[in-house]
Design a protein around this ligand. Sequence first.
Ligand SMILES: *Cc1c(COP(=O)(O)O)cnc(C)c1O
Length: 503
Amino acid sequence: MNSEIEATTKLYEAILSIHNETVPNHVLPADEALTHARESLQQSLSAHGIGIEGAIRHILKDLAPGFNAASRSPNYYGFVIGGVTPAAALADNLVTAYDQNVHVHLPKETVATNVEDAALSMLCELLKLDPTQWSHRIFTTGATSSNIVGLACGREYIIAEASAHRSDKTNSIGELGIMKAMRNAGIDEIQILTTVPHSSLTKAAGILGLGRASVKDVGLKDKPHKFDIPQLKKLLEQPGAASIIAISASEVNTGLYATSGLEEMQQIRELADMYGAWIHVDGAFGIFGRILTSPNHQTIIDASAGLELADSITGDGHKLLNVPYDCGFFFSKHRSIAPRVFQNPNAAYLSTGPAADTIATPLNIGLENSRRFRALPVYATLTAYGSDGYRDMLSRQIELSRAVAEFLDDSEHYELLAKNGLSKEAAIDQIYIIVLFRAKDEDLNKELVNRIKASKKIYLSGTAWEEKPACRFAVSNWQAEVKRDFPIIKRVLMDVVSDWQKK
Ligand SMILES: *Cc1c(COP(=O)(O)O)cnc(C)c1O
């Protein structure tokens, strides 16, 4: 086994070294590299092939210079993506080498499902969630699929709750379909009540036949990320409606959390219980706020407190956990709901381990049948760095975000956005890993994202805020280091202004 790992590691290192020679250390590829990569793409299948070496060489020399540095460069600040820890990167190569299919729990044949369960259990611990409570847990392909799984479980549960008065307990959407189950339950509308939802939540509602229009914004006028609780109650108590409450635990544009502490979560939990609603938390990256312990992070610690009162939680692996794509995770407290939604029926050849085993067969509790061993990089990285390691990584990312936010707020040329009327100090305190800003000069602001990207030194993504263009730093890389990275960011932001003024 050691020789296998050594061989894989050597191969990986060899590939990386050719790769590092051929890819310039810019966050974005040069235009010529993009053109060359596009023109050298093989467009149709050849009969004989060019051989392994030919194919790898072609990728490294022709195509790779046209890739962007989302994971390699700590100066990539777009879309809350990027960053792979060395432990996760190595383990991900082993995943390919071993080619395990983690679909059925077969304790006599493989420990793969045990590894997945251990990784998920450690992940629960990292996020201060009791692993015994979150008994339906599974790795997914990303937060989008976790949101689909969450809404699917919620949909099943709320229809069962609405049918609780019936003697026939098997009113199941999974079994009967949404129309019949709703009719049986006397429900004529399923609604998803939320604030500033991620686009993928609305996508999930569309996929699941609930409809994108079922997603209803219950935000306060002056603080759109916060719940208008009286309005929430009013919608919950509508006759004939069954509801999923979706909590955005750190929103992609601003990094703000929908709830601000345990008390507010308790209030929402009480309402949910009163009306048979399901609470789903979209905490793709926000759930990691629960790792923090320093008084400097109190606002984030408070905002991510109480999320354990939810029924289900979405998290992303390929964001702040810094494992390779494609990895998300899903936790739910309702183990019995899982097979009602995901049971893979009548496949005798996929029979599973002893029923008494606490580990469920993944294909009966999640979307996929055949599945990549995406648990292994998670297992490797959690084992390698532990909770202190992750706390340190996240703290450095917050420190960098706050340094940028402070610079922007002090600057005469830039404006820190989403301050919600807070003092500078309070606004900085609520900065997590996202910094939303714009240029004060309206004309510069229209070109700002492109001018920053054109530096090729840092990358960030554009968005809109209050109907005007805005820029967004999303720090999402374990390598973040304020001493090394902040001066680069500051230089680019200052140069963009001085170049504009010279124009
Ligand atoms: C990124 C993100 C998603 C979607 O995640 P994918 O991993 O891209 O599928 C969903 N919700 C939130 C809050 C996110 O930040």
